[in-house]
Write a protein that binds this ligand. Structure first.
Ligand code: SAH
Length: 220
């Protein structure tokens, strides 16, 4: 039987790998990745692979993103303590927990998940791991964002959209940063970084990526 110490050993080896490869850079994100127990967010049969740098199945044809992608996104968001963050595509809840660690106890993460069973599971795990007060899981179509809690300092979409969904980007604060994987056709996706400067949006590409498709009104 694996105990907490064994998981911790595996987790620190993964974090060292992510630092060595240049995915992890800042102290806050390194600490968050070192703290969140990824093995608790994956199905039991996947636990032994929880600290390998791969996406893993979480059921319902969905996946928890690979640790390097969670790291890249957490770094590119340039998070600060106390921020309000929206995630679209909550899945297992792992990514939300990492972001919650970086923004600290004064911040808040809202995460939207369209599959009710996954939303329920994420809520349960987040509660067991001590994030109930800092992460709110909402079951619903996140392709329209979350108007009732807008605007947000940071937004990240954890599934690939056909284009930057207009209602989501409208919920981004001035100076805010949003990350969204966009399908360019031909099976290739690009991770776009969108920064709001007043009414203008600055868009740049952070490189290629592979995510499951965004469903719903502004999805596929
Ligand atoms: N961030 C997750 C993994 C995301 S996988 C984690 O850490 O585990 C992408 C998730 O997006 C899937 O769970 C899928 O059901 C969800 N999804 C797809 N379309 C969605 C939509 N329109 N609104 C909310 N969630 C959506």
């Amino acid at each position: 039987m694996f105990d907490e110490k064994d998981w911790e050993t595996k987790r620190s080896a993964l974090v060292r790998h992510l630092v060595r490869e240049g995915y992890l850079r800042t102290k806050e994100v390194i600490e968050a990745m070192s703290k969140v127990r990824r093995h608790r967010f994956v199905p039991l049969f996947q636990r032994m692979a929880a600290y390998e740098d791969h996406p893993l199945s979480i059921g319902h044809d969905q996946t928890i993103s690979a640790p390097h992608m969670v790291s890249i996104m957490a770094e590119r968001l340039e998070l600060k303590k106390g921020q309000r963050v929206l995630e679209v595509g909550g899945g297992s809840g792992y990514h939300a927990a990492v972001i919650a660690e970086v923004i600290g106890r004064t911040g808040h993460v809202y995460t939207l998940e369209i599959i009710p069973q996954l939303g329920e599971m994420a809520r349960k795990t987040l509660e067991e791991e001590g994030y109930a007060e800092r992460v709110t899981v909402i079951v619903g179509d996140g392709s329209v964002g979350l108007e009732e809690h807008a605007p947000f300092d940071r937004i990240f979409v954890a599934c690939a959209a056909p284009d930057i969904p207009p209602p989501i980007v409208a919920q981004l604060k001035d100076g805010g940063i949003m990350l969204v994987p966009v399908d360019t056709g031909s099976g290739y996706q690009e991770l776009l970084s969108v920064t709001r400067c007043g009414r203008e949006l600055k868009v740049s590409s952070e490189g290629g990526c592979v995510f499951v498709p965004l469903r719903g009104k502004f999805g596929f």
